[in-house]
Design a protein around this ligand. Structure first.
Ligand code: DAH
Length: 339
């Protein structure tokens, strides 16, 4: 009997050690300790032994049972640990890997410039107005004192639509629309799209302008100069000088064009300023009396100044963009670099 138990013990322990899954381990438990298990059979036999043999064999069999239970438990723990380690290995995360990058969008450079300019003029008390892109000859040309033979009225320069309408060639018609609908004082800034039959590396058939208009009873040319010089030094920096050149626009008298010192050569002259040292930025002037007359204002009691500038040109000079078309191509490699 003892020999029988020892042999069983030996093979059982070996089987437990070799069990490679919780399922096979449980099969071993059933094989030895189950209702019809090998050890259960032995324990049943114990009752039929003689009085002298009974306690001894009973002891052996019970010790074997305890040992078997202990070994199964410890093997179970080992197998569970192995299974968990394997699972962790599979789900392992390399915390040193770079995270997935989601880049933040930025405002388009044209929007940035419009916001910078309108924010500046808002601080000076200017309101922001807008007008329609589709205009009539009256608002775009006639009321602005642009004569019938003026080259900008030519089919080559302006997109004409049906029924005498056209795509506005500048934001100046909003001056007329505003003045005909309200009395002075007026202090406004007008951002918007404008259209011209023109395309090359610095011209696009659609581009943006910002118009300014100040009308009151005693508006002076000195105020025009102070306002525009203040804006241009704020936009381009204190180190860039500003100069006013006499010019001509049909809707202003006197008229001026305003230049900023070239940022590339600081006035010395280089390729980007065509050796002049200066870059033309905007047109301006004192509102022409004919314009006041066309909106029903008395030119003897009101005065005003106006100005207009190209947004793309401001953006190109500020960010050093050499081809206007990049502004419309939505290429992230280009747009992402402008901050
Ligand atoms: N409208 C002009 C243009 O498109 C720009 C301009 C010049 C606007 C002088 C003005 C101004 O208001 O006073 O070229």
């Amino acid at each position: 009997m003892r020999h029988e138990i020892e042999t069983l013990q030996h093979t059982a322990l070996q089987e437990i050690e070799q069990a490679d899954s919780l399922i096979s381990l449980d099969a071993i438990r059933v094989k030895y300790l189950g209702k019809k298990g090998l050890l259960t059979d032995i324990l049943k036999e114990v009752s039929s032994l003689s009085v002298t043999e009974k306690p001894l064999v009973g002891q052996w069999a019970n010790a074997f049972k305890d040992q078997l239970t202990q070994h199964i438990d410890s093997r179970k723990k080992t197998l569970q640990r192995i299974a968990r380690d394997a699972q962790l290995e599979q789900e392992k995360v390399d915390v040193t890997l770079p995270g997935s990058h989601r880049s933040l969008g930025t405002l388009h450079p044209i929007t940035q410039v419009i916001q910078t300019v309108t924010a500046y003029f808002s601080r000076l008390g200017f309101g922001i107005s807008e007008g329609p892109d589709i205009e009539t000859d009256y608002y775009n040309f006639e009321a602005l004192n642009i004569p019938p033979h003026h080259p900008s009225r030519d089919m080559h320069d302006t997109f004409y639509l049906n029924h005498g309408e056209l795509l506005r060639t500048h934001t100046s018609p909003v001056q007329i629309r505003t003045m005909t609908s309200q009395a002075p004082p007026i202090k406004m800034i007008v951002p918007g799209c404008v259209y011209r039959c023109d395309t090359d590396i610095t011209h696009s058939p659609m581009f943006h302008q910002i118009e300014g208009l100040v009308v009151d009873s005693h508006v002076t040319f000195a105020q025009l100069k102070g306002t525009l010089e203040g804006f241009l030094t704020a936009f381009f920096g204190d180190d860039r000088l500003v100069r006013f050149r006499p010019s001509y626009f049909p809707f202003t008298e006197p008229s001026t064009e305003v230049d900023v010192m070239c940022g590339q050569c600081m006035g010395k002259g280089c390729a980007s300023c065509k050796q002049t040292g200066w870059l033309e930025i905007l047109g301006a002037g004192m509102v022409h009396r004919h314009v006041f007359e066309s909106v029903g204002y008395d030119p003897n009691t009101v005065s005003g100044f106006a100005f207009g500038m190209g947004v793309e040109r401001l953006a190109m000079l500020k960010y050093g963009i050499s081809d206007i078309r990049w502004l419309y191509e939505n290429d992230q490699r280009f747009l992402g670099g402008l901050r």
